[in-house]
Design a protein around this ligand. Structure first.
Ligand SMILES: [Zn+2]
Length: 175
């Protein structure tokens, strides 16, 4: 069912009469109190403890189980474990443009930072170093932000144009 303290909280542990520091062995063997609880989760835990005790008494060998999204399984799955550990969120539209099979990890990481607006531009640096000069190092005309560096800076726009306008042709854009 998961980690008992997470499941029941302090109050639930007290209600069941289980010490916070108790081992599973202690909990299974010493826990004998049976009563109906107001909260169904407490009844479920009691019933599970009973079934664990019964299994131990039935003399069967211990088996290792791996917890995944779909419950406990006897075989280990890297994918299921990874999916279980990570926090899921909605896939962003630009992820395929950053993370693809032939991407150079270093460049993919920098683009990923840029997409999250987490590059160490002067706009961000000034937050932790107030004396920092926030002007764009290339044109000295505006605050150096990710948006400025990549899309609004006249100097970087010149570089971008001379590098890729020939390659991109009609689909060339500075935005
Ligand atoms: Zn600039």
């Amino acid at each position: 069912m998961g980690v008992m303290i997470d499941l029941l909280g302090d109050r639930g542990m007290v209600d069941l009469g289980i010490r916070k520091e108790a081992t599973i062995e202690e909990t299974v063997w010493r826990f004998r109190r049976r009563r109906r609880h107001r909260f169904e989760i407490l009844n479920e835990v009691e019933s599970n403890l009973d079934s664990v005790r019964e299994k131990i008494c039935s003399d069967s060998d211990d088996v290792s189980l791996w917890r995944g999204k779909t419950g406990y399984k006897s075989c280990f799955s890297t994918k299921e474990t990874w999916l279980y550990l990570r926090r899921n969120s909605v896939q962003l539209k630009w992820t395929r443009g950053v993370w693809f099979s032939m991407a150079t990890p270093r460049f993919a990481f920098i683009v990923w930072l840029a997409m999250q607006n987490r590059l160490s531009t002067m706009y961000r640096v000034v937050r932790w170093s107030q004396r920092a000069d926030v002007k764009c190092v290339l044109c000295k005309n505006d605050v150096e932000s990710g948006d400025h560096l990549f899309f609004k800076c006249a100097y970087s726009a010149q570089l971008w144009c001379s590098l890729v306008s020939g390659i991109l042709g009609r689909s060339y854009s500075e935005s």
